[in-house]
Design a protein around this ligand. Structure first.
Ligand SMILES: [Zn+2]
Length: 231
């Protein structure tokens, strides 16, 4: 099995961890490339845990969501890592030091060259961009299963949010709080996460958004793809 892993993977191949504010995670990654992997592909059953919570909520949604962020990787991750793709891209995961260490162990036998993991992160927000960001925050909701963001007007009905991908329904009021929580958490945690990712073989690549237009889906998508292809 180990021999097969090495045979499929060339040393110059890259594993890219793309960190973006979850509010901007509205792109259809699967359509962009089969080598982008979001939560649903790489961790164990988040949806099942939410359905259980729905039936018998013992905590608030934020507390549950926090525990879900340490969810372990599923078996598919090793399969994905063995793929001969030039770039394998994980979006907004791992989100804790512990899960990062687990992934690092899985990456090690692949014997990639000097730059084996690239972390892309938005590090700064200008004042006008922060305003547009706040406007966007009012319009969107972040699903706790897939952690993608969706327009409220397309996903809210009778005070409940329904994720078009996961088909899970959650109360709007709790979802509003959760969306705020995810954003605060992202900006609070991003620096310590970068420190955790930093290592001898890892390269940190900062990305910067400058203008309101940069939040437009097509512009944002092209920017991300362009940056990733330069890696
Ligand atoms: Zn979802």
């Amino acid at each position: 099995m180990i021999k097969k892993e090495q045979a499929n993977h060339k040393p110059e191949n890259k594993i890219i961890l793309l960190l973006i504010p979850p509010l901007l995670n509205f792109l259809n990654w699967e359509k962009i490339s089969p080598h982008y992997h979001s939560l649903a592909d790489i961790v164990t059953d988040r949806k099942g845990k939410l359905i259980k919570w729905q039936k018998n909520p013992k905590t608030d949604l934020i507390s549950l969501a926090k525990s879900l962020d340490g969810t372990p990787f599923n078996k598919k991750v090793s399969e994905i890592l063995r793929s001969p793709a030039k770039r394998i891209i994980f979006i907004n995961y791992p989100l804790t030091k512990e899960s990062w260490e687990v992934l690092e162990e899985k990456i090690q036998p692949l014997k990639l060259k000097s730059v084996c993991v690239c972390v892309c992160v938005f590090v700064s927000l200008s004042e006008s961009l922060a305003l547009s960001f706040a406007e966007l925050q009012k319009e969107m909701m972040i699903c706790p299963v897939c952690k993608r963001s969706y327009k409220k007007k397309e996903t809210i009905q009778e005070k409940a949010f329904r994720c078009p991908v996961d088909e899970i329904t959650l109360p709007q009021e709790e979802m509003e709080k959760l969306t705020d929580h995810y954003l605060n958490e992202y900006f609070n945690q991003v620096k310590s996460l970068i420190e955790a990712y930093r290592g001898k073989k890892n390269k940190i690549i900062p990305m910067e958004l400058k203008m309101r237009e940069d939040l437009e889906p097509t512009i944002l998508q092209n920017y991300l793809i362009e940056k990733i292809h330069q890696i």
